[in-house]
Design a binder for this molecule. Structure first.
Ligand code: SF4
Ligand code: SF4
Length: 95
């Protein structure tokens, strides 16, 4: 699913590393490999890959993650994926 991406620079995802206890659940549930575990805490490695599905925040045991689910536009993501697949360029409209 990594090829399905939304507009760069708009994801509302935030991580409070001070609260993180390094359980790794967010890394496991994220469908886009946005997180990577370090020695004792997770870090965001692909902020623009976030689709704002909310799975990480809903499963974090210490509420270290903030995200506003539903902001990402599935129509835009699918259209962009389709145009990339066809090698086409041009404006992409959301729903
Ligand atoms: S909101 Fe979804 S896509 Fe974004 S980082 Fe969390 S699990 Fe990954
Ligand atoms: S789910 Fe929360 S506590 Fe666990 S690694 Fe991710 S941010 Fe840290």
């Amino acid at each position: 699913m990594e090829e399905f991406r939304y507009i760069d620079g708009v994801a509302t995802l935030e991580l409070n590393e001070d609260l993180c206890v390094g359980c790794g659940i967010c890394e496991t549930v994220c469908p886009h490999n946005v997180f990577a575990m370090g020695r004792s805490k997770v870090r965001i490695v692909d902020q623009d890959g976030c689709m704002e599905c909310g799975a990480c925040a809903n499963n974090c045991p210490v509420s270290a993650i903030g995200v506003t689910p539903g902001v990402g536009c599935a129509t835009y993501v699918i259209k962009k994926w389709w145009m990339d697949l066809l090698g086409k360029e041009g404006p992409i409209t959301c729903c």
